[in-house]
Design a binder for this molecule. Structure first.
Ligand SMILES: [Ca+2]
Ligand SMILES: [Ca+2]
Length: 236
């Protein structure tokens, strides 16, 4: 019978500890380190008529480093246009390939490690809507001397949502029912016309009920006139 010796038990216990440590270290490495990737800014929201600049980046590139790249970023030109593209000093940008893409190419003999901004692309929101920023990697190679090897990088596409900002609410000025910024006899006249059904609404109807009784009528018109005449210090 093969009875374990005390030494054998010690070795097994030590091996278990080493294994546990190894698994622990592996787990830590998997949670703290991210893989090689190419990405552009995640999801961005901008107002129609404004510009936003996003970086196309190579991330977490390992030795021997990034040696060459040729990448297109596709977008919907009905939503955004590419206004400018500043490339890495070792590369070039081209916005003239087609209306729906920005292309950047570059190369280096030394190899770029870690994170590198390959291009900063400025988009302008031209209409309401959403567009993906779809990355097409045509070339992504490492800097192995004389034998560049492809880098198998994750691709993290981006997106831009263009929104129309809500117009600012009109200022609330009791009595100014036509929203011209002043309280005049014209406002009183409009209130009377509304009550007489000569008009169906007021441009700033929320300013019309100056005595706050829930109705818009000749009483409000009279108060507006009294205010215009200087008989009242304020309305509302
Ligand atoms: Ca007015
Ligand atoms: Ca009223």
């Amino acid at each position: 019978m093969n009875t374990p010796t005390p030494l054998g038990l010690c070795l097994k216990a030590a091996a278990a500890v080493v294994l546990a440590l190894g698994v622990g270290l592996l787990g830590a490495a998997q949670t703290s380190a991210q893989g090689e990737a190419v990405g552009i800014g995640g999801r961005t929201t901008a107002a129609v008529g404004t510009e936003v600049t996003l970086d196309l980046e190579a991330l977490n590139i390992e030795p021997p480093g990034l040696g060459a790249w040729e990448i297109d970023v596709f977008f919907d030109p009905a939503v955004v246009t590419a206004e400018a593209c500043d490339s890495h000093p070792s590369g070039f940008c081209n916005l003239g390939v087609s209306a729906n893409r920005a292309r950047t190419v570059g190369a280096t003999a030394s190899g770029f490690l870690g994170d590198t901004t390959l291009a900063s692309i400025t988009f302008r929101c031209v209409d309401e809507g959403a567009t993906s920023l779809a990355i097409a990697v045509h070339e992504l190679a490492d800097a192995t001397p004389g034998d560049l090897q492809p880098i198998d990088a994750e691709v993290e596409h981006g997106a831009i949502t263009c929104v129309v900002p809500a117009p600012p609410p009109p200022p609330v000025t009791p009595g100014d029912v036509n929203c011209d910024g002043r309280v005049t006899s014209r406002d009183a006249q409009l209130v009377l016309q509304l009550e007489a059904r000569l008009i169906r609404s007021l441009p700033c109807q929320e300013n019309a009920d100056v005595n706050g009784d829930g109705e818009i009528n000749s009483v409000d018109a009279a108060l507006i006139l009294q205010f215009v005449a200087g008989l009242l210090d304020s309305l509302g």
